[in-house]
Design a protein around this ligand. Structure first.
Ligand code: SF4
Length: 317
């Protein structure tokens, strides 16, 4: 076996913080807590993911590949979790690289308010470190109602920055959510969190992504999420199709064959070209979502919010 290098070596050498019945937490050190995005298709300037792996273990999770980087089995994505080492001086140094108008997105790979956050509080510390900053665009994506714990900090940040919290709710069907997202908070709890944040005056978006063909793409299913989003006071609603790279497919397909065996061959056919659905399905879903958005008076896609640079900082005051 070749010697481990880079992040794989750091992961292998990470000290154990705590072992529970289902999961074990390790501490992962690094040179930065902030990642710069690059490339033509980037929609954020910076991303922040305080944890590697995610205890919620959604069957369709696309981020399992991040465990492959550490040369760990993709199945361990939800049980072998890494909390990044907290270093306040490093975070403050990181933030000096962020300019006014930049977009900083929290939770783009793994859920930043997953249960580990209750123990390690990295999000809270990072948000506290942002105090006093102005003119930034801050996006937070989560399935966790724990985000309401930080409503006070978010309200304060939103006075001088543009802040939006995206709560992910793929279905309002509790039974289906229990099967697809077994360890995540129930959909109703997430909507309650959205309502609480909106009540506090925060800008909230609901994401129904990823949309699972034949499971959550029906009009009725998407409308139920959009209706609840509107009732919660959310401003935006978006829903993109499931994306299945090899690492996700390796977990998703066996699960599908067990839970919904009649859909397995249809999924093989739908994803025959690779990780993405074909253009026809994508266009069909886009039109359906647009129509639902219009019906429920919800706003547009999140990247429209995040990628447009401000003309004047006073826009955020
Ligand atoms: S909450 Fe997000 S990151 Fe966590 S397992 Fe589910 S899809 Fe993956």
């Amino acid at each position: 076996m070749s010697a481990l290098i880079g992040i794989a070596r750091m992961a292998a050498e990470s000290p154990l913080l705590e072992a529970k019945r289902r999961v074990a937490y390790f501490e992962l050190s690094g040179k930065s807590l902030l990642n710069r995005c690059s490339g033509r298709r980037k929609i954020f300037d910076w991303t922040v993911n305080p944890y590697r792996g995610c205890e919620y273990g959604c069957r369709y999770c696309y981020a399992r590949y991040t465990h492959e980087f550490m040369e760990l089995p993709v199945e361990e994505f939800e049980t072998r979790l890494f909390a990044k080492t907290w270093d306040e001086a490093m975070w403050r140094r990181d933030l000096r690289r962020v300019k006014a108008g930049d977009t900083v997105a929290f939770g783009t790979a793994t859920d930043c308010y997953q249960p580990a956050e209750r123990r390690y509080g990295l999000m809270r510390k990072m948000l506290e470190g942002l105090a006093g900053r102005t003119g930034m665009r801050i996006g937070i994506t989560t399935k966790s109602d724990l985000v309401t714990r930080d409503a006070d900090l978010l309200v304060e940040l939103a006075r001088r920055n543009r802040v939006r919290v995206f709560i992910t709710v793929t279905t309002m069907n509790t039974e289906l959510a229990r099967r697809t997202e077994a360890y995540a908070p129930q959909p109703a709890l997430r909507m309650n969190a959205a309502a609480e944040l909106a009540r506090r005056g925060l800008d909230v978006g609901i994401s129904a992504s990823p949309v699972l063909p034949w499971l959550t793409d029906r009009q009725q299913s998407l409308e139920a999420v959009a209706r609840a989003a509107r009732e919660a006071g959310a401003r935006t609603f978006h829903a993109n199709p499931l994306f299945l790279r090899d690492s996700a497919w390796a977990v998703f397909l066996p699960w599908l064959e067990h839970e919904f065996p009649h859909l397995a061959s249809r999924y093989r056919e739908r994803y025959r070209l690779g990780a993405h659905v074909d253009t026809a399905y994508r266009d069909w879903l886009r039109a359906r979502v647009e129509q639902i958005r219009t019906r429920y008076g919800l706003d547009s896609r999140p990247d429209a919010f995040l990628s447009t640079r401000p003309k004047q900082l006073s826009l955020f005051a």
